[in-house]
Every structure is written in C-alpha cells, then in structure tokens.
Design a protein around this ligand. Structure first.
Ligand SMILES: NC(=O)c1ccc[n+]([C@@H]2O[C@H](COP(=O)([O-])OP(=O)(O)OC[C@H]3O[C@@H](n4cnc5c(N)ncnc54)[C@H](O)[C@@H]3O)[C@@H](O)[C@H]2O)c1
Ligand SMILES: [Zn+2]
Ligand SMILES: [Zn+2]
Length: 367
C-alpha cells in the first residue's frame, strides 16, 4: 500500500513528508493504522545527526497509537480492530531477559531493531524499490506502519488514541521509574529533577505509590505549576545549591527517592547527592550527551545509596502499558493535560520547533 510518512532524508535537515510503499505484514508482524503519535526528544536527537547510532533515510516516530488493520502468520496477541500502543521497548516474553522477570529489556529483536529493520532483517518501507529503514521498531510518523507483534501493547478501546500515544514513551517512562523501577513507598519523600513529560510522569507515579512529600525541581516556574497539578507538594526552582536545600529540609539526611529526568549529567550528580544516606535510591532516566560521564564520589555509595537507571522506566510494555492506561481511565493520571499541541503530519517540523523552544509538554501528530 501507499502511505504518507515523514522521512529523515538527511541529518540536521527538516523531515520530508512524502509517499512511500509499505509492504504487508510477514509472519509475526502487524499492520497498524496510526491515529496519533507524540513527538519525543529521541526523534529530534536522531534527526540532528548527533546520535552516533542514527541512520538515514528512515521514517522517525515511536510514540504511536492506532488500530490493527491486518496481522501476519502466527500472530495471536492482537487482531484486526484492536487498539494498540507502539513499544520501542518490546516484550517477547521468551528471551533470556524476559524469562528472568528481572528486567524489561527484551533482547529478542534488539539487534535488528537497532539497525533499522524488522526481526527478519528486512524493511517493509520502500521508495521506488529502494528499502527505507524503520526507526526503533516503530516508524510512527506515518499513516500506517508494520511492526513486530512484540512491539505492540493492546490497550482499552475506551482510551482516546491521542492520549494512549503518550504511554508509548515519555509518560510511561516517568510513571514506571517511580512505580516499577524504584518502587517508591508509601509515606516516603521523593525529589524529581526535571518537569518535562518524563519528570511529570515520575511525579504522578510517586503520588500513585503514596509518597507523602514530592519535591519537583525545574528551571521553569510554569512547569513547576504543572508538577503541582500532577501531585508535587513542592516546586523548587533549580539552583547550584539545590542539594543543600534538599538536605536541609530532610533532617540533613536526604530524600528516600530521587529521580533525574533532564539528561544533564550535572543534575544526575545532584540527584545522587540528595538521596538519603542509608537507603536512598537515585533513579536516572535522562539520556546524557554522547561521551558524557556521571561523576559520583564513592562515599555516597558506601554510605548506603543505590543508583539505578531505567529504560522505558522499567515498564514491561505488553503487560504493563495496558495497566497504566487503565489507571488513566480510572482517573488516577491526568494524561490529557500533557497534550499541549495537536499538529498534522505535514507540520511535523513544527513539532520539533515547539520542542526546541520548550513550548508545551507534548505535541501530538493526529492523522
Ligand atoms: N529512559 C528512557 O527510556 C527515556 C525515555 C524518554 C525520554 N528519556 C529522556 O528523559 C529526559 C527527559 O525527557 P523529557 O521529554 O521530559 O524532556 P524535557 O526537555 O521536556 O524536560 C526536561 C526538563 O528539565 C528541566 N531542567 C533543565 N535544567 C535543569 C536543572 N538544572 N535542574 C532541574 N531541571 C532542569 C527543563 O526545564 C525541562 O523542563 C531526556 O533526556 C530524554 O531523552 C528517556
Ligand atoms: Zn521517546
Ligand atoms: Zn524478550
């Protein structure tokens, strides 16, 4: 079939919206008609050419939601008509990592996905007979896509697809970091650095876990107000002496949980240093620049802090994204509040501009 899609033709150039050929699903694959797709930092990072693992041409986009149109041989977990969210972090259920139950990092299709191909090592996207590579196993800046069955979470039909799309990346990453990875406890104190999509998700996740005090730290007063809407009890403007302030307000010990959601290694260090001595947990979710490292004075570890990170917030996509969407439907997460702009596929580059200027939390392409 022919589809319209936003193609990264060349790094650091605007995406080109053009017509491509999309082949039907092979065994284990699913054709999805997209209804919505969020614009995420990772798309912009890849488009910039700064990401050493990036490639072009390809169809970007990974925060997608849509309706299953057709399935390939052997697909049993979804059927035509199902509402689905795409998973850049797939879940096969059978690989050594999935079977361990200890991680959400599935390795079944990882290698091919990183190269821009579906699990059999080929692409379904092409133009004039020339293959065009997929992105993160999703390629959702397009009217339709073909993905592995492992890359789809089936979600409730009651959720609007434009909201469901947020659970494909940023929102689940933040929620999951607090709920599944760090496992915030009731009555605890949590500090969240960064009030973008991921940090606000962590604020909401900490609230759902029953944290008593949730301090959100950001440079933007507007974003701190949003954090309060999602459950922060305190909103503090970022500063060089923020660690001292956190220690001063936690009897000198630090917070039970700290979350970093900025991608800045200096802030990651602040998050480590403001975690409580004895048992504090620091969870890093931001993606640092190429080659950057995180400095930790070893004393912080000896004296009982745990530093951890999470890809996709530790969320096991096919099992847990549907659960998170159900919590949204139950009224526990105000996910609609994160959508700041709705744009058309033709305006995709405007989505990048808005993100660059930190205008709103999430722009969503609607089809
Ligand atoms: N681990 C994953 O799987 C995963 C998934 C999605 C995104 N990410 C990463 O998470 C990070 C956050 O993503 P986002 O979409 O929320 O980004 P965002 O840019 O919308 O939010 C970052 C926030 O950090 C704030 N900030 C900047 N400097 C700060 C400082 N010194 N102290 C406190 N806050 C500061 C900014 O004002 C902004 O509000 C990015 O690095 C992104 O690449 C990771
Ligand atoms: Zn993303
Ligand atoms: Zn797996």
């Amino acid at each position: 079939m022919e589809i319209r899609a936003a193609v990264l033709e060349e790094f650091a150039q605007p995406l080109q919206v053009t017509t491509l050929d999309l082949a039907g699903p092979k065994a284990g694959e699913v054709l999805v008609r997209l209804h919505a797709c969020g614009v995420c930092h990772t798309d912009m990072y890849s488009a910039s050419g700064v990401d050493p693992s990036g490639y072009a041409p390809c169809v970007l986009g990974h925060e997608g939601a849509g309706v299953v149109e057709a399935v390939g041989d052997g697909v049993t977990s979804v059927a035509p008509g199902d509402h689905v969210v795409t998973l850049f972090s797939p879940q096969c259920g059978q690989c050594v990592n999935c079977r361990s139950g200890r991680t959400n990092i599935c390795v079944a299709i990882r290698e091919q996905q990183n190269q821009g191909y579906l699990p059999d090592g080929t692409a379904r996207l092409s133009r004039d007979g020339e293959p065009i590579r997929h992105f993160m196993g999703c390629s959702t800046f397009a009217e339709a896509t073909v993905v592995s069955e492992f890359s789809l979470a089936k979600v409730s039909k009651d959720a609007p697809l434009e909201t469901a799309a947020l659970f494909a990346c940023g929102l689940s990453t933040g929620l999951g970091a607090a709920m599944y990875r760090a496992q915030v406890w009731e009555g605890s104190t949590a500090v969240v650095f960064g009030a973008g999509m991921v940090g606000l998700g962590a604020v909401a996740g900490a609230r759902l876990q029953g944290a008593e005090r949730i301090i959100c730290v950001d440079l933007s007063e507007d974003r701190l107000e949003l954090a309060k809407h999602h459950g922060a009890t305190d909103g503090w403007v970022a500063s060089d002496d923020i660690v001292d302030r956190i220690l001063a307000e936690t009897d000198g010990y630090g917070a039970d949980f700290t979350f970093e959601a900025t991608g800045l290694v200096g802030v990651m260090r602040q998050a480590v240093e403001s975690a409580r001595m004895g048992w504090g947990v620091c969870c890093v979710t931001g993606v640092a620049g190429k080659g950057e490292t995180l400095d930790i004075v070893p004393r912080y570890l000896i004296t009982g802090r745990t530093v951890m990170g999470a890809s996709f917030g530790g969320v096991k996509g096919r099992d847990q994204v549907p659960e998170l969407v159900d919590r949204y439907l139950a009224g526990d997460i105000d996910a609609d509040a994160f959508i700041s702009h709705r744009i058309s596929l033709d305006d995709i580059n405007k989505g990048f501009d808005l993100m660059h200027h930190q205008d709103g939390i999430r722009s969503v392409v609607t089809f």
